[in-house]
Write a protein that binds this ligand. Structure first.
Ligand SMILES: [Zn+2]
Length: 410
């Protein structure tokens, strides 16, 4: 499992003056290409799923594939929800496997932005998940021409940023200093003086959206002034589309798979170029050693029931699955009955938490308390409850001669 804590990953970049790439995925071609590129240049990487793109694919089907890719990867990976718009979508993303949330309430007033962001931060931190907030407004829509969405950009004001970060508790901040989302004519003029002031004011990793189209020198200055994460999609979408257009011209009657031949390679080359340019290439080993591995917890309860019928037991389990699985940080709820009739404990709950922080927040969550008190505890006095962590994945660093040695994750 090469999924790591995204907060650790971004702080490593921040402290070492490079930026991690966060690439929005809109199909398996993008997913495979991004992982392939990161592995080729040994870079940490963020696999990003953007809420505005959910119209193009089924998020619930995409995330298991993203998670499987992260698990198989030999480089450190984080999975983020990009441009999440609500507490509900952030919670759903965490419960489906995201371990980073970018919350975008930047189109609201400052007090409203602070309020919504604070709510999401409280929920996400209870799950061990970091949050990236956005202040100031980066106009445009990823993947589309900037001139189609000419909204006014609003640059981030350092004094407001300081207040926003203090009040919300965000782990990183996306700022607006002159980039736009999507394709633009000519080159963006970036306000580096403002970026410098922002970095001094908030002193946490900064994030740039709308990285497509910037030049090498601009990227270098960004990473030297606190930018630890760059969101990048439009240029990938463009190379993919260009590759397909060329195929269509050459082979107008080609099959779907013939027409998309070369798309993955084109995306991979562009991602690799970025990872080298932003300084994240070659950093995989350090990041793996220094970042917390992202491992789930299995919350196990084995129990017997008294005073209720089998039918009532079944109804209680049905209700529990429904109620408990929506608690933030719960990846899944399994209810089971022993296969052998004479087992010491006849029933079980197996609740998977995304992170050990959820052990406490789950216990204190009002839905859990209500269910446990009203339906469960009084009929299940005979029970054992234990939280387990994956023994393969809990100690990434072992001590050899008092030096931390990293076990290569499989
Ligand atoms: Zn964006």
């Amino acid at each position: 499992m090469a999924q790591v804590n995204m907060r650790d990953m971004l702080y490593h970049a921040y402290q070492n003056n490079y930026a991690v790439g966060a690439f929005d995925l809109v199909s398996l071609d993008f997913l495979e290409a991004v992982i392939d590129a990161a592995e080729r240049c040994r870079a940490p990487v963020i696999l990003s799923v953007a809420e505005p793109h959910f119209a193009h694919y089924d998020f619930e089907l995409m995330l298991p594939a993203v998670e499987a890719a992260a698990k198989r990867a030999s480089v450190p990976v984080a999975i983020q929800l990009d441009h999440g718009h609500s507490l509900e979508s952030a919670t759903r993303a965490i419960n489906l496997g995201c371990n980073g949330i970018m919350l975008d309430a930047s189109n609201r007033s400052l007090p409203e932005n602070i309020q919504l962001t604070r709510t999401v931060v409280d929920m996400a931190h209870g799950c061990g998940v970091p949050v990236i907030g956005e202040l100031g407004y980066v106009a445009g829509i990823e993947g589309e021409g900037a001139e189609q969405h000419p909204g006014e950009s609003a640059f981030t004001v350092p004094a407001e940023a300081k207040v926003y970060v203090e009040r919300t508790g965000v782990d990183c901040l996306a700022v607006s200093i002159g980039t736009v989302q999507g394709r633009m004519k000519g080159r963006a003029k970036l306000d580096f003086q403002r970026l410098k002031q922002l970095n001094q004011a908030v002193n946490i990793p900064l994030v740039i959206h709308g990285g497509s189209g910037l030049n090498e020198d601009q990227f270098r200055r960004l990473t030297s002034l606190g930018v630890a994460k760059i969101n990048y999609f439009t240029a990938l979408s463009d190379v993919a589309a260009k590759t397909m257009s060329a195929q269509i011209k050459q082979n107008p009657n080609g099959s779907f798979t013939e027409l998309k031949a070369g798309v993955k390679e084109a995306i991979r080359e562009e991602v690799e170029r970025c990872l080298r340019l932003w300084g994240s290439a070659g950093r995989a080993a350090e990041v793996l050693t220094q970042c917390e591995p992202w491992t789930p917890i299995e919350h196990l309860i084995i129990y017997n029931v008294e005073q209720i019928s089998d039918q009532q037991t079944q109804a209680m389990m049905d209700e529990g699955r429904k109620v408990l699985s929506t608690i933030p940080g719960v990846r899944g709820v399994f209810t089971g009955e022993a296969v052998k009739e004479k087992s010491k404990f006849r029933f079980c709950w197996l609740v998977r938490f995304c992170h050990k922080a959820v052990i406490d927040t789950y216990r204190e969550h009002p839905d859990h308390i209500a269910f446990a008190n009203k339906l469960f505890r009084q009929v299940a006095n005979d029970r054992i409850s234990i939280d387990y962590q994956d023994s393969q994945n809990t100690s990434p660093a072992i001590l050899v001669n008092n030096k931390k040695i990293k076990l290569h994750p499989s």
